[in-house]
Design a protein around this ligand. Sequence first.
Ligand code: UT7
Length: 330
Amino acid sequence: MSKIRAAITGVHGYVPDYVLTNAELETMVETSDEWITSRTGIKERHILKGEGKGVSVMAIEAVNGLLEKTGSDPMDIELVICATITQDMLFPDTSNVIANATGMKNAFCFDVSAACSGFLYALTTGAMYIESGRYKKVLVIGADKMSSIIDYTDRTTCVIFGDGGGAVLLEPAEEGVGIMDSIHRSDGSGEQYLYQKAGGSRFPPTLETVQNRDHYVTQIGKPVFKAAVSGMSDVVRKIMTKNELTNEDITWLVPHQANKRIIETVARMADFPLERVMINIHKYGNTTAGTLPLCLWDWEPKLKKGDKLILTAFGGGFTWGATYLVWAYG
Ligand code: UT7
């Protein structure tokens, strides 16, 4: 009997309406459109405004769009995994909130927290429930409301991040398409370079943690940049070698959108022309777990059955990885 593979059979994304431009950031912190554009490639990012609106607001929009476009009955979804580091609340998991709001009442749900690699980790996890034969319909979401943990007085982080996300449906694949392989890595020694200090059990919230601005993202950019470039180019090369792929075989490289310079360097090191690299960082910024599904959503109209894609991500943890898949429709 041939191996069951999981295929992405639909993707949908969502970004909130409010657009935070580089020009507006210039009025908030000491920065310039020139610095942001040349150092990161970002022109604008979307921000979810409104009191009491968590990441689930965006994920619910993406999931409803996905269920509708794939003609799926929410009651048929058996598992929901949401990758996010900006959960609505510390518990319950946001996947439960999303499933409840979208009518996926037969699913069991959990969140995955792997920062910018979250979607890739969740995709592999979801795929394994299909590959094992246990489930036939798994929904994987990657979304973040980064504006909820960003210090808008810190110019080194506030220009980079945005809000948004997307969702994919996984089903058993036809022969020759679907998720073929993935490589994942973690290195906890990277904790010192990218973290949100307070709010967890090590530093629970106090007046002092709030006054120290410890509930916001801290990033030491340069070491993260270097580790992101070497981590992603290493796993991209490894997954290609393991699957006997040359870069001519790959239709699209789909990298996490953290910095256009990182994307260009990874593409150059893996010898991919930029015409075959998905880049949308200029309009969304870094949406953490949201970047990869937002890329797939933007490119979905162009994708054809049989296209070979390599997805890669790097983020806080450190966490990183690459997934090789053959697109299943279009
Ligand atoms: O997605 C998860 C993983 N994250 C990443 O992959 C991000 C990796 N890191 C990066 O993308 C880059 O390191 C950043 C975009 C965060 C920063 O770019 P950089 O080229 O590494 O700049 P830097 O931190 O070395 O700062 C260079 C200068 C500094 O000034 P001095 O010390 O040279 O006078 C900064 O203070 O740029 C200054 N600077 C800014 N200037 C204007 C930092 N942020 C800004 C800003 N506007 N927004």
